[in-house]
Design a protein around this ligand. Structure first.
Ligand SMILES: Cc1cc2nc3c(=O)[nH]c(=O)nc-3n(C[C@H](O)[C@H](O)[C@H](O)COP(=O)(O)OP(=O)(O)OC[C@H]3O[C@@H](n4cnc5c(N)ncnc54)[C@H](O)[C@@H]3O)c2cc1C
Length: 134
């Protein structure tokens, strides 16, 4: 989840690590730093073009829309994986497809939500601590 604090002031924007955009499972932040920088540039260009009719708040809204869900699910997934590392390690090395999906996260080709639902759907529900109730 993005940090609850403000990500934009009247003349300032927080991008990357400064915005708290870091994956809770892998601790990776480069992709989020690049993407939030791109969003910042887009929003600043819009403000300049529209002669300040839009506000820096649109940056915060766009980042929350794009990052919030995946960062929130990165917490959920890491909670399970770090609690039962051996079982998840085995599940990932036994299933190339699942491992590929995990590696697609840093390049933003898939999301933790999809991985979590695949784990549940593809009979990984026998893994400790992983059930729809949790
Ligand atoms: C050891 C380590 C390994 C990592 N490995 C990975 C990885 O494999 N993959 C991954 O995705 N992420 C990794 N990360 C995280 C990743 O490095 C950060 O998430 C990413 O660099 C954040 O980019 P950023 O631009 O927000 O901040 P930064 O890259 O930290 O850039 C901030 C810049 O601002 C400068 N600065 C600070 N204060 C001031 C000031 N007052 N005035 C002017 N300049 C200032 C700093 O010198 C720095 O150059 C790793 C982090 C660490 C510490």
């Amino acid at each position: 989840m993005c940090p609850k604090g403000k990500l934009a002031g009247r003349r300032t924007l927080l991008c990357g690590d400064a915005g708290g955009f870091v994956d809770a499972f892998s601790r990776e932040g480069i992709a989020y730093a690049i993407r939030s920088g791109q969003i910042a540039a887009e929003k600043i260009a819009e403000i300049i073009k529209e002669k300040r009719t839009s506000s820096m708040g649109s940056y915060e809204k766009a980042c929350r829309k794009e990052f919030d869900e995946n960062l929130q699910y990165s917490h959920t997934v890491s909670k399970y994986i770090y609690k039962f590392p051996a079982q998840f390690f085995n599940a990932f090395i036994r299933d190339d497809r699942l491992l590929d999906q995990l590696l697609d996260i840093p390049i933003m080709k898939t999301t933790y939500k999809k991985i979590l639902f695949n784990l549940l759907r593809n009979s990984y529900h026998h893994l400790p601590g992983l059930s729809l109730k949790n």
